[in-house]
Design a binder for this molecule. Structure first.
Ligand SMILES: [Mn+2]
Length: 691
């Protein structure tokens, strides 16, 4: 489906005021204004977070009690356990706290990270083992806030300090010595978005101040590890998180964490300027792969080691595991897409939700698969896997219009366990109940969403002609880094743009490099759009882009990364039934001698063959409709296509793009249209007769 642009509005007068007060361009002021940054002080804090102060760690409720208890344990050389979680945040939080305790002289610190099979959070067998082994203090990181029962069961033998960032359960923690969590009820700490490692970092700041009188504002030890987790855990990159990430990324280049250094090395990032993107797409997945495939404690070992050789060996191992994770992920995705194709066949293409179940798919990976399917189909998605046939576990991902947790709440009786938020959730269910889950979930989605809700959305900060972007603006935008959740790269857009020098680049010509034509030429790169080179060369197009600063032969220049490139939406050209039949017949004929999918070449050949004047937009709409109906399968990476033989008569109104396009065009459906079913077999025959 074509993305719908949502252009944010702002009051021109206010924007001018912000621009004047801050001394920035009007465009930058507009983007800042839309992000809620509207006065000089908050703009300064946003653009120069390294100069904004850290919040006082003792503003976290219970921090004083926690620090006192830890110092007592340090003085008495008690046995301390740091209990974490199997994701990057959990490993990093563990690493920060353990490194801190060791720095302060602790000699008996042990870590514990549960296996995925043990489930998330503090579990009783593990707690009991530590208390029986003579541990007198256990500190949780990135978990614990929902474990009152487990803590109560060992409280008489072992003190527990909970440090966490997750939302508390209904049942409050009463049995722990201290609960440090910005999100607990009654905690006045102003930054609620810290991740687990962020909270651990605040604990280490508090300890340094208390033990050695260190000024918190100067304490940045392990801030690089905190930054790694803050990016990986997908918490909002605003406020204190922005400060942690900006400073931590800078510190990462000269990290004194040997394991992190080795990890950067295997990712080819030694001595490079590290961005949030590097962390999100290269470092975090490597660390996460151990938690998904093996045991996360290996990742923690890497972050804790003082031995260069061990670090290199472990980092290489993580590299291999990450590769294996990618292979497994690709295989599961393939199998899942096969199921989606069957679903389309069964339903004639009218899909509102995806519930896909497989056997022996790796539990640690299905969440990634679900995200990929949402990206591809923009439908609320549940992926399930079973190891024994009896019980299945599922990973759920949603689109913004649907609150996943609410959906699951409405069918809670189906699940053994479930939990999550609006956009992601997890569940376990008896395998035999999956058909019922499919039915009820699909019903729920159909009842709650309309066609418009399924349209993928692109948030646009402003409509701006690329030629108006100056080096100054690009430089100002550079200060918006690090980008991430809550702080996306500014997106600008422009209709009816022309380009030149279009070249497919990269392996297999997957990507597109071109210049935007205007008062000056601006370089642009469009990932995965290599096949659109002829479109860019020959026709105007609608473009959404992210301008940034690039260096070319020592000189700064503007570069635009394309977020969306589509044929110009030609008004009134949305294809009708007859036109769709013509395009489909053409495709069947074309498939006779080529597998190559090339939109621009196809439009040209189609127009020549039929003596028509179809716009690329109309042709592209037709392709999108056929895709939704399962009539064409396009492999965009390989730029190939396939036309599976339609099994049944076809109903065009099963395509959401068709329904929406027809509505937008506001044209009454053709006379015989309502309920009329076109046989594509017939269309094929007609075409055969014609040629
Ligand atoms: Mn976390």
């Amino acid at each position: 489906m074509r993305k719908k642009w949502i252009v944010r509005e702002s009051k021109a007068a206010n924007v001018l005021e912000v621009a004047e007060t801050l001394g920035v361009s009007e465009l930058t002021a507009k983007v800042l204004y839309q992000r809620g940054i509207r006065d000089a002080q908050s703009a300064k804090n946003f653009l120069e977070p390294e100069n904004a102060p850290f919040h006082d760690p003792f503003a976290l409720k219970d921090m004083r009690t926690a620090v006192d208890r830890i110092i007592r344990a340090l003085n008495a050389q008690e046995k301390i356990c740091v209990y974490g979680d199997y994701d990057v945040d959990g490993m990093s939080a563990s690493a920060i706290l353990i490194r801190t305790l060791r720095r302060h002289g602790a000699q008996h610190v042990e870590s514990y990270i549960p296996d995925r099979s043990e489930g998330y959070g503090l579990n009783l067998p593990a707690l009991k083992k530590f208390s029986e082994d003579g541990f007198t203090l256990l500190i949780s990181v990135d978990c614990g806030i929902t474990n009152e029962r487990e803590i109560a069961a060992v409280a008489d033998k072992m003190d527990v300090i909970v440090t966490d960032h997750h939302l508390p359960a209904l049942e409050e923690i009463k049995s722990a010595v201290a609960v440090v969590n910005p999100n607990r009820r009654g905690c006045p700490y102003p930054e609620k978005n810290l991740c687990g490692a962020g909270v651990a970092f605040k604990v280490s700041q508090a300890l340094a101040q208390e033990l050695h009188g260190v000024d918190v504002q100067d304490y940045v030890l392990d801030i690089d590890i905190a930054a790694l987790a803050t990016v990986a855990d997908l918490v909002q990159l605003v406020g204190e998180n922005r400060k942690i990430v900006r400073m931590g990324l800078k510190a990462m280049r000269e990290t004194n964490c040997i394991g992190l250094k080795a990890l950067l090395g295997t990712a080819g990032l030694t001595d490079k300027k590290i961005s949030a993107g590097h962390v999100a797409f290269q470092i975090a997945p490597r660390l996460n792969s151990v938690g998904r495939l093996k045991t996360a404690s290996e990742g923690l070992t890497l972050l804790l080691t003082e031995d260069g050789e061990e670090a290199t060996t472990l980092a290489k191992r993580l590299n291999k595991l990450n590769q294996r994770r990618k292979d497994i992920e690709a295989k599961i995705l393939d199998e899942a897409e096969e199921v989606v194709r069957h679903l389309r066949e069964e339903t004639g293409g009218d899909l509102c939700s995806l519930v896909v179940a497989g056997e022996n798919w790796l539990e640690g990976v299905i969440g990634l698969t679900a995200s990929k399917l949402v990206e591809r189909y923009n439908l609320p998605t549940i992926i399930l896997t079973t190891q024994d046939g009896i019980l299945s576990r599922g990973s759920c991902r949603s689109i913004s219009a649907l609150h996943m947790k609410n959906a699951l709440d409405s069918m809670a009786d189906l699940f053994d366990q479930y939990g999550g938020h609006s956009q992601a959730a997890g569940l376990s269910i008896a395998t035999k109940k999956i058909p019922e889950l499919m039915r009820r979930f699909d019903n729920y989605v159909r009842r709650h969403l309309s066609d418009e809700d399924f349209q993928p959305i692109l948030n646009v900060d402003a409509l701006v002609d690329p030629a108006q972007i100056t080096l100054d603006t690009a430089t100002e935008f550079d200060k918006f880094e690090p980008y991430g959740l809550g702080n996306p790269h500014p997106v600008l857009a422009c209709k009816n743009v022309r380009g030149c020098n279009a070249k497919a680049v990269g392996s297999g010509g997957a990507h597109l490099s071109f210049a935007i034509i205007g008062e000056k030429k601006i370089r642009a790169i469009a990932w995965g759009c290599g096949n659109l080179a002829p479109l860019v060369e020959n026709e105007p197009f609608d473009l959404a882009y992210e301008p940034s600063l690039d260096t070319w032969q020592g000189e700064p220049r503007i570069q635009c990364t394309v977020s969306s490139l589509e044929p110009v939406e030609a008004e009134g050209e949305f294809p009708d039934r007859e036109q769709l039949v013509a395009v489909y017949s053409f495709l069947r004929g074309a498939r006779g001698f080529t597998e190559r999918f090339d939109l621009c070449a196809m439009v040209k050949a189609f127009n020549e063959r039929y003596g028509k004047n179809f716009s690329t937009y109309a042709f592209d709409c037709a392709i999108k409709i056929f895709e939704e109906l399962g009539l064409i399968i396009i492999n965009r990476e390989k730029q190939t296509f396939n036309l599976p033989r339609p099994k049944n008569k076809l109903d065009l109104t099963n395509s959401r793009t068709f329904r929406l396009g027809r509505r937008e065009r506001d044209v009454a459906p053709p006379k015989s249209a309502s309920g009329k079913v076109i046989s594509l077999e017939e269309a094929g025959k007609r075409r055969a007769l014609q040629s």
